[in-house]
Write a protein that binds this ligand. Structure first.
Ligand SMILES: [Zn+2]
Length: 122
């Protein structure tokens, strides 16, 4: 019985994934997947960031404060133009894989003195 339900769940998921969708307000830093986050943290071992610090996986809970702390870490690991390129490509691909046909992705380049990120590089 459970297996039957799981099969239905899979079919439903696949149906919803194939449905064409529009995404009108997605923030780049708020759309980074756990897979992309792993790529970024692997490139910056000196920052000693564990995956659990930057990703809320399915079923996990965080307080609002913890969510905002997470963005501070994301700013630290997305300092180079190539980091921004990587996350932008991955985010667009993942939205496309979810059936999103039109995407408004937004981001604000910010100067971050602690990491040396400057707007002019973007
Ligand atoms: Zn917004």
């Amino acid at each position: 019985m459970a297996a039957e339900r799981d099969g239905d769940g899979e079919r439903e998921l696949s149906f919803y994934r194939r449905l064409p969708k529009v995404e009108l307000h997605a923030h780049l830093n708020g759309s980074i997947s756990s897979a992309t986050m792993k790529k970024l943290t692997a490139q910056k071992p000196c920052l000693q960031i564990q995956n659990g610090m930057t990703v809320i996986d399915k079923g996990k809970k965080r307080t609002l404060d913890e969510c905002f702390q997470m963005f501070q870490i994301i700013y630290q690991i997305t300092t180079r133009p190539e980091d921004i390129l990587l996350i932008t490509k991955d985010v667009i691909k993942e939205f496309a894989d979810d059936g999103v046909k039109y995407l408004e992705l937004r981001s604000t380049p910010r100067e971050e003195k602690s990491t040396g990120t400057v707007c002019s590089g973007f």
